[in-house]
Structures are given as structure tokens and as C-alpha cells.
Design a protein around this ligand. Structure first.
Ligand code: FES
Ligand SMILES: [Fe+2]
Length: 368
């Protein structure tokens, strides 16, 4: 007989200290009921990255995307206020905004031509004379919470969510001296990976454990033994001093500075910083066995003169990610095996995974 979802959740002990803890059970990575519970109680309740602030700088600029299966749109109003709405027409539910980003004076539904203002209010409905008991004021686009932090726009589908700054906690202060406002968006890469989204996050949060084995070139510029792992609030910072190395010319030319900083913010957002360089990773579930990971690359210099160096830097990032993708897909196959139930955690390396698993478990148990 199949275990109930309560039984599946109860098999993880979220009170065990790291030295006694195991990973969350394999079932959590392969059971579609867990994926659905995550959609409702993790992705529909946490602040989710949806855009960069430079994409919605001036009035009428918008970004449309999907969060936890919900079509949403973020748009800057004529009054300068940034707003977010469900991108669902109040007439017959078509997506009002059909481009992923752009600029518009009005939000115009392509189905029957209803128009909404940039503030979401319903402005006009063709051929609607004679319709009784219809209150136009009650038929605007349905609003969603939206806030910005640094160059990032976040939304939250939960109207009772804590403010973004409170959700990010200590991360906000931590970022001030890092000066990421000096970095500018350059390019994006998107990966479709055959693993549960949590496998990708776990791999990120293993405290460099896999780096000497899987990423030889990257390892050559990190001082692996000095690698630190700090948990606070809902984030984990992994950091390593950097050393110069001749082993791989492209890596040493594009991964520079005194330290590498790797931030993960619960549940699915990472920020990686080197001198003059940042990439962000957004991990999006796509069913229980797949995920999509969006890498955005930022550099201090995005002029034409720096384009070649920046492309080389992205290529280094892509190589590291290719190494990660292969192992993540291997892990997903292993999680389906009858031979595996859960694994133990390295006290020296895997505190970040422990934090992730406890936060997730808390949200899932609360969501039941
Ligand atoms: S569904 Fe939008 S106008 Fe009909
Ligand atoms: Fe890796």
C-alpha cells in the first residue's frame, strides 16, 4: 500500500543536529504529491525572483512570467509605482500580456479586446452595453505583492507574506558592502535538467564537497581547505579565499579577486560573486523529475571592448554547470533506486543542505 503524504513527511527528522542528521528522504525527490505540496506551500508562499529592476525602469515596462504555475505580470505605472498582477483576464481568463517583456501604454487582452490600465484597473470592454450588475471597478487585474531588493524584483503570491526585507533577513545587510550596484546585466543561459529542483540546490549547498572531484579547473583557483559555510535566517553563504593558478587559463583569467562568494537564499535562488562578476541562478521545478535553471550573468564592464572577456567568462560558468548537470541527473536516477533511502551529511561541508532541508520540511509540514 502506498504511504500517505503525512507518512512520507514524517520520515524526515528536522530536529536532528547536523552530526546526526540525514538528508530528506529519496521519496521527496520523486513523489508528485510532494511536488504539488511544494508548489502550494513553498513556491506560492515565498518571495520569488521574477525580473531585474532595469527591465521595469520606466512607465509601461513589463515582465510576464509564471510563478508556481500562476501567470503573472509586473509593470511600472505612469505614477512610477511598480505593481504585479495575475496575468489572467477577468473576462474569460486569457493571458492579457503575451510577451515575456516589453513596454505598453495599456494592457490589452488579445482575446476580446478588454483593456486594463498600467495600474490594473479595467478601462474598457468592447460591446458590453446592456450587461447588468457588472461593476467595472471590481473587475481589474488581481494584484500580487511585489518588492525590490538590489537589482532584483520579487513577487509573493501569499497576500499575508512577511515583507521582502524580513524574508531575506541578514542577507540584506551582508550585500551592502559587496557593491553589486556596480555590476550590469550582460546575458542569460537557460538549462533544462533531468532532476528534481532540490537535487540542483543540494549540489550547490554541499560546501564545496564536490568541487575537487567534479570541477578540477575551478578548484585550482579556490583555497578549498579554507572554504567557509555560514547559515543565517533563510540563507547560506559559502565562501572561499582565492589563489592564483596556471592550471586553466580561462578560469584564472575570469575568476579573480580575494574571495569567491556563493549565496543561496531559500528556497531556489543563488548569487555567485567574484571580482567584477556576478551570476544568479534561479531554480524552477518542472514536474517532479525535471527543473529549469536560469543563469543571469552580470559584469562590471559590459562595453563592446569587454564583450569577448565576458563571453569567455560565461563559457567558464557553462563548463562548471555542465559538470554539475551530469552529476545531478545521475543523482536523480539513483534517488529512484530501491537501494537508496536517504544519506548522511558531512559536518565539515554540508551544513547548507541541512538548513535547506529543515526549512523545506517546516514549510511542507505547515502546508499540510
Ligand atoms: S478573455 Fe480577455 S477579453 Fe475576453
Ligand atoms: Fe558544482
Amino acid at each position: 500500500m502506498r504511504s500517505s503524504i503525512e507518512q512520507v513527511l514524517s520520515t524526515y527528522d528536522d530536529r536532528a543536529p547536523l552530526s546526526q542528521a540525514s538528508t530528506i528522504p529519496a521519496t521527496w525527490y520523486v513523489d508528485p504529491r510532494i511536488a504539488e505540496l511544494e508548489r502550494l506551500s513553498v513556491f506560492s508562499k515565498t518571495w520569488q525572483l521574477v525580473a531585474r529592476t532595469d527591465q521595469v525602469q520606466s512607465s509601461g515596462q513589463f515582465v510576464a512570467t509564471t510563478v508556481a504555475g500562476e501567470p503573472i505580470v509586473v509593470v511600472r505605472g505612469n505614477d512610477g509605482i511598480l505593481r504585479a498582477f495575475y496575468n489572467v483576464c477577468r473576462h474569460h481568463a486569457a493571458a492579457v500580456v503575451t510577451q515575456p517583456c516589453g513596454q505598453a501604454a495599456l494592457l490589452h487582452c488579445p482575446y476580446h479586446g478588454w483593456n486594463y490600465g498600467l495600474d490594473g484597473s479595467l478601462k474598457g470592454m468592447p460591446e458590453f452595453e446592456g450587461v447588468e450588475n457588472f461593476d467595472r471597478a471590481q473587475n481589474g487585474l488581481v494584484p500580487i505583492l511585489v518588492e525590490t531588493w538590489e537589482c532584483f524584483v520579487f513577487i509573493n503570491l501569499d497576500n499575508h507574506a512577511v515583507p521582502l526585507a524580513e524574508f531575506l533577513g541578514g542577507l540584506v545587510k551582508r550585500f551592502v558592502p559587496l557593491g553589486i550596484t556596480k555590476l550590469h546585466y550582460f546575458d542569460r543561459r537557460t538549462y533544462n535538467i533531468n532532476c528534481n529542483w532540490k537535487v540542483f540546490v543540494d549540489n550547490y549547498l554541499d560546501g564545496g564537497y564536490h568541487v575537487p572531484h567534479l570541477h578540477k579547473a575551478l578548484n585550482s583557483v579556490l583555497e578549498y581547505k579554507q572554504y567557509t559555510i555560514e547559515n543565517e535566517d533563510r540563507y547560506c553563504l559559502q565562501s572561499s579565499p582565492m589563489v592564483s593558478s596556471e592550471m586553466d587559463a580561462a578560469t584564472s583569467a575570469t575568476r579573480q579577486g580575494d574571495r569567491a562568494w556563493y549565496f543561496w537564499q531559500y528556497p531556489n535562488f543563488m548569487i555567485n560573486l567574484y571580482q567584477g562578476y556576478m551570476d544568479t541562478n534561479l531554480v524552477l521545478p518542472d514536474g517532479v523529475d525535471r527543473c529549469k535553471v536560469i543563469f543571469d550573468f552580470y559584469f562590471d564592464d559590459v562595453s563592446e571592448a569587454a564583450a569577448e572577456r565576458n563571453r569567455q567568462s560565461i563559457a567558464v560558468g557553462e563548463r562548471v554547470n555542465d559538470e554539475d548537470v551530469g552529476i545531478c541527473e545521475s543523482v536523480q536516477r539513483g534517488l529512484h533506486s530501491r537501494a537508496y533511502g536517504a544519506g548522511r551529511l558531512s559536518v565539515r561541508r554540508e551544513a547548507g543542505e541541512h538548513l535547506f532541508h529543515r526549512l523545506l520540511s517546516e514549510d511542507l509540514k505547515r502546508g499540510l
